[in-house]
Design a binder for this molecule. Structure first.
Ligand SMILES: [Zn+2]
Length: 173
């Protein structure tokens, strides 16, 4: 039996004890953009916030794509989240290749180069990635200026979050 078949069976048990009040309109408070990596899945544990408070947007990396920006606009403007948390992590799979390398590898191993060049949003440095994300989100005209945008790197070895400061503005001497 595949794991998905097992999951379907488990869902029938889940539904027996399901609380229908959970189906009401959600009212999340924080939008979290994070990687698809399973080590980032326990967000209530990592952040100490209940599932219901978190509007979670996941992409590989995470990459803040045009789609993600659209989701953040909906999250803050339609669903009512009040803060944006960008959550990167150490040891990300997307740092283990470049887009060029993966395109070449898959074109060769499948014998079909027609999807190339595919955009995988590989990157090298999670801190730098976070700084670019903060800039991208902060500069979007539809994301209100009074919504804080903060970026962090989750250390998969220690479980700790480290805040990444956006590029410091030069202060007049
Ligand atoms: Zn990752």
């Amino acid at each position: 039996m595949s794991l998905i078949d097992k999951a379907l069976e488990a869902n029938r048990h889940y539904a027996k004890n399901y609380n229908p009040s959970l189906g009401k309109r959600p009212a999340p408070k924080v939008a979290v953009v994070t990687c698809m990596d399973p080590r980032l899945s326990d967000l209530p544990g990592i952040l100490g916030l209940p599932h219901a408070d978190l509007d979670v947007i996941r992409t590989g990396g995470p990459a803040v794509t045009e789609d993600v920006l659209g989701e953040l606009v909906v999250s803050t403007r339609v669903l009512g989240t009040r803060e944006i948390l960008l959550l990167n992590h150490t040891g990300c799979g997307f740092t283990t290749f470049t887009d060029e390398e993966l395109n070449a590898k898959l074109s060769a191993s499948t014998g079909d180069a027609s999807p190339a060049p595919m955009r995988f949003f590989s990157y090298k440095d999670p801190e730098q990635n976070t700084r670019e994300q903060i800039k991208k989100v902060r500069s979007h005209p539809w994301i209100a200026k009074d919504v804080p945008v903060r970026g962090f790197v989750f250390d998969v070895d220690t479980g700790l979050l480290r805040e990444v400061q956006p590029k410091a503005k030069r202060t007049a001497a």
